[in-house]
Design a protein. Structure first.
Length: 317
């Protein structure tokens, strides 16, 4: 059953009518098939009109859609001969970060993703995609493994942010995030990152300090959630929509600011309506990027990656 966002109500009503018609017997007075086709055409037009003018806050809602494909869905569809790896070799396993070794097409890769979960039980298991320090230390372990065996790294970003709980802080959350960023910048192999949903703060940057950073069209990337920003500036979550506008969280805004390398278009109606098509589009972009980066030596990769992020800092001065 499709979950509709508030601004999709007109689409929901049309698709509800289509579902009702399909359950009606064909009486001969009305050509049900023809009416269904007419309504489906109307749905497509409504989708096109709606998604052509989404506000930043509406894109935040789409980025968080419960049916949007998450990291494990990308891994399952794109990565063959996948061998998951667990644990940070220091404290334990963190299910908010998934990753392992496999093949993307003909190329062996290490893939790392932030996994939110697809239902209540799995969301709790994966801590809603908010990693603890052991998650970031696992990511560091996998990146260093990739460096040792000269394998490119692919990261899939989808997190509200690093977990802010007392247990995470007690185990060194800030240090884990900072060291993970440093590990990204120190790799001598290609690193390609895609923001597939939410890219929240240092929790996202910890695995996204990459040679190429892409965003899906309806994903978001920001230093803090709009709700968090609103609670600081206005002392109320009620201003989250205003915060989203001011923060420039959308893929289009971040491309204009040269924070990301490119925007990956989503199928009409968002990734949640066509998950397989979305995943295949992302896979194609990653494959092309790795092909372009494969000829660069380790020193060149490190220098270009570090220069890229230092340049962003200079622009902000």
């Amino acid at each position: 059953m499709t979950t509709y966002l508030d601004f999709e109500k007109p689409i929901a009503e049309l698709e509800s009518k289509i579902a009702e018609l399909r359950h009606l017997p064909n009486s001969g007075d009305v050509d049900i098939a023809e009416e269904v086709m007419r309504l489906q055409d109307k749905v497509q037009k409504q989708l096109r009109a709606t998604y052509a003018k989404l506000t930043p806050w509406q894109r935040v809602q789409v980025a968080r859609h419960a049916e949007r494909p998450h990291a494990q869905s990308y891994i399952d569809r794109l990565i063959t001969d996948y061998q998951p790896l667990a644990g940070d070799r220091v404290f334990g396993e963190d299910a908010a970060i998934v990753g392992g070794v496999g093949r993307l097409g003909s190329r062996s890769v290490v893939v790392i993703g932030q996994q939110k979960g697809d239902d209540t039980d799995s969301r709790i298991k994966h801590n809603f995609g908010m990693p603890r320090p052991e998650g970031y230390r696992k990511a560091q372990r996998l990146m260093k493994l990739a460096d040792r065996f000269h394998l490119p790294v692919v990261t899939l970003v989808d997190t509200p942010g690093a977990y802010p709980g007392l247990d995470a802080e007690a185990r060194g959350q800030a240090e884990a995030v900072a060291t993970s960023i440093d590990t990204c910048l120190s790799l001598g192999v290609p690193l390609v990152s895609v923001v597939i949903g939410e890219g929240g703060s240092g929790g996202a940057l910890a695995i996204a300090s990459a040679d190429r950073v892409y965003m899906l069209e309806n994903s978001i990337y920001s230093v803090i959630t709009p709700e968090g920003c609103a609670s600081i500036l206005w002392r109320s979550n009620a201003n989250a929509q205003e915060a989203a506008e001011a923060m420039k969280v959308t893929a289009a805004d971040l491309k204009k600011l040269d924070i990301i390398d490119d925007v990956i278009p989503e199928p009409m109606g968002g990734a949640h309506r066509s998950p397989d098509e979305t995943i295949d589009l992302v896979g194609k972009v990653i494959t092309e990027a790795l092909g372009e980066l494969s000829g660069l030596d380790a020193d060149t990769l490190r220098q270009r990656r570090q220069d890229k992020f230092l340049e962003m800092g200079k622009k902000g001065l």
